[in-house]
Design a protein around this ligand. Sequence first.
Ligand code: SF4
Length: 343
Amino acid sequence: MIALTHFKSHGMGVIGGVLKNLGIGAQSKRGKFNVHMGGHPKYGVGAAVKFDESFVVDKEKDLEWELIEDACPIGLFKIREDNTIAWDRDKCMTCLGCLGVMNPRGIFEPNQMLFDATDIAIADAALGVVKTVPKVGFVTLAIDISPKCDCAGFSDMPIVPNLGVFASTDPVAIDQACVDAVTESPGIPGSLSEEMGVDAAGERKFDLAGAAIEGLSEQTTINTAVVNGLGTRDYELHHVEPVGREKFRFPFDERPTRKRFARMFEKFQPFPFDRHDGQGYDRLPEVDIEAVKPHEGPTVGTHSHAAYHGDGTSHGPNGHGAPENQWHPGEENTRSHSTTHEH
Ligand code: SF4
């Protein structure tokens, strides 16, 4: 397997590199719930999130209050008669669907542990993938390094300039090399790296310009993948010079035409040599090319067919047949252009 990865940030994973690509992207639906701490007695949303039991829904001020019940796909939220919220948290599967509704209203207090534990689990899930396939290599495109993942419903200016393409057989080393390259790079002016004050070369970028909440670390998943034996943080960079365009130019056939096509023409000859004395087609021997090139219009008269009126008759420009200088291409027995042609 070749794991092709776009390197960027991620709100929960902090970095969206190879480990995240394997630890989330290569998981089944059930595996994704597992990695996100679904049902975990300490780190799952139902267990970990601080829930304001006394929160009272203000239906006058919060015009979208119905979202509170609608946020959960398995209906774990109910607004009581007194507008307090009942949450059946023991049944929570940690789909994360409600956080965007609960956190901004102050109903939930975001829990950093849930994010940290997920970042750790990503490394274990990535290990599971690598153990499943017999051989795996990694190619990472460190370009368009956006502050949020490709899974976000919007995009933003990359936080650093394009860094290139990385390749390795070690999924940990390649992520570490990309993180280090981002750290060493200056940020892009106007991007989130500048807004968060981490745009200087040498500053860690992802902890603040990538993570959804403060306190997460761009190293959590990488370090875990060292601990679980998936790979190493050590690497040696070998820069490969671009080979130039010549290697990739379109490989056209350089043989002369007869060598390329003679056999095809032996099989099938499309030109009708057997017709019209070998000329193939019945056409005028000569036309007045210059007469139809002027930008202001043709310098020869309108052909009677062009003035066909739809009633079975055709007329010249004067309405009484063809004018003297009419050109008659295509008419029976008319094989030349003449300004004195007679019908
Ligand atoms: S929306 Fe998802 S995370 Fe929130 S309570 Fe329901 S199951 Fe749990």
